[in-house]
Design a protein. Structure first.
Length: 459
């Protein structure tokens, strides 16, 4: 005998509600962790960054040693795989991707290990391990990456696997496609970068690209256009040039110039020449963002989100994915950052290379009526090595207008090799060093008149 109609209706409502909660609860937790700025210890930051900071406070002095050991394991595993092709590694997709890399990346990982060991024990030329080169990477940046990667990697499935991207994709595709030439789901990557941290944006983008959700062009555009530093770090930069009281007009300037760059740069080379093809070996996962006739974007996106959340039957695969995310970032990214970041900082610190590169900007800055143009010019180019260097060098300039321009440009330029640039090169996102240089200068030329114009309005 069949169930009464009322009982069937009640069961269907309960099932529908439980499916909806399976999407809502993990997605809200993910949004809170990665995208909600909160006040903590007098600073505005995001919960993932708070967790990372607590870990650094607890084991901070030991992190350089831990990461040097992890880099050593990475190099040994890579060389062993390259030479002997052990079945225990090459037959497992994750381990094969992690360790079976080409000779160029083998050498870069090895250089990263050499720099880490030299810095940890202060061996060899001081140029490698000085306070502004190797130590800046191993003792200041890498502890941040270690802790951020740990919590970001573990919690990324909350953003990816429970339908949030599907809902945002359907609702924002009419904005992201015409304005930025990107799928709607990329709005999550963009928000995570702007509100959270540029490194998190790169990780989100790389993961989506590897899983076949973004084409080569889309991944390159998102990684090089939206992976800005966090609001918190922008405040640190502004404080360094003694202009912390101007945070509101400063960040409005950063947002305005950043949006203009995000609209223009994807439409010109080198990004416009990237093919709309998918990551080799990835299953193409083109999200269906075409809204069926008769449905609103919200209803269609919610339907897709619930369907995506339903695919998660057990917790174990999600935990495994989180652990793999962490290992991939620790072992695949940090050695590259150590090698490339230290090299770039050595060039900036001990050679006049960036001073010579900055010389052509002197007449431009003079034309734009920026005081102390020659002092400001080298800071504009040296930001390619490290985002914090311009504000350190420019802190002593007397003109507040000039210091404002330096602080804003250092954030807007986005491609700095000690962090985001190194992460992009270490990731699977299809951009090379030459392209990063070109994009850096494009961002500089596009944003400089906007920043100077805003500065003249305020000073």
């Amino acid at each position: 005998m069949g169930l009464p109609k009322q009982q069937i209706d009640d069961q269907m409502k309960q099932t529908s509600s439980s499916r909806l909660m399976k999407f809502i609860v993990p997605s809200l937790i993910g949004i809170f962790l990665f995208m909600i700025p909160i006040s903590y210890d007098g600073e505005i930051t995001i919960p993932v960054a708070i967790l990372a900071g607590m870990l650094q406070d607890g084991i901070g002095p030991h992190i350089p040693k831990i990461m040097t050991a992890i880099i050593a394991i990475t190099v040994i595993g890579s060389l062993g795989t390259f030479l002997f092709k052990p079945k225990a590694i090459v037959n497992k997709p994750f381990l094969n991707t992690l360790f079976n890399v080409n000779i160029v990346w083998q050498l870069i990982r090895l250089v990263g290990l050499i720099f880490a060991v030299m810095t940890l024990f202060k061996l060899g030329p001081e140029a490698v391990w000085s306070e502004n080169t190797g130590q800046l990477l191993l003792f200041d940046l890498i502890p941040v990456l270690f802790s951020v990667f740990l919590f970001a990697g573990l919690f990324l499935p909350l953003l990816f696997n429970f339908g949030l991207l599907e809902l945002c994709g359907a609702m924002l595709v009419k904005v992201m496609r015409p304005v930025f030439k990107l799928p709607g789901r990329s709005s999550i990557d963009c928000l995570a970068s702007w509100l959270g941290d540029g490194t998190i944006g790169v990780l989100l983008t790389n993961k989506q690209y590897e899983e076949g959700y973004y084409t080569k062009r889309e991944a390159a555009v998102i990684g090089t256009t939206f992976s800005v530093v966090s609001i918190t770090f922008a405040i640190v930069v502004l404080a360094q040039v003694d202009l912390a009281h101007m945070i509101v007009p400063y960040y409005l300037t950063v947002v305005l110039a950043g949006l203009v760059c995000a609209i223009i740069i994807p439409r010109i080379p080198p990004l416009s020449r990237k093919p709309d093809t998918y990551y080799e070996g990835a299953k193409e996962n083109v999200a269906d963002e075409v809204i069926p006739e008769g449905q609103t974007p919200f209803r269609f996106g919610l339907k897709k989100a619930v369907e995506r959340a339903d695919q998660n039957k057990k917790a174990a695969p999600l935990v495994k994915e989180g652990i793999q995310n962490v290992l991939d970032m620790w072992m695949g990214v940090v050695p590259i950052v150590m090698a490339i970041g230290t090299s770039a900082l050595m060039v900036a610190e001990f050679t006049p290379f960036f001073t010579y590169l900055g010389a052509p900007f002197v007449p431009i800055l003079e034309l734009l009526q920026v005081p102390y143009a020659s002092d400001a010019a080298q800071t504009i180019v040296i930001g390619f090595a490290d985002m914090f260097l311009p504000s350190i060098i420019g802190a002593g300039i007397e003109s507040e207008l000039t210091r404002f321009v330096i602080a804003a440009m250092s954030v807007i330029q986005l491609i700095y090799m000690s962090e985001v640039g190194g992460l992009l090169l270490a990731s699977k996102i299809p951009v090379n060093f030459k392209e990063l240089v070109i994009i850096f200068f494009l961002r500089t030329f596009i944003s400089l008149p906007i920043v100077v114009g805003m500065a003249h309005l305020m000073f």
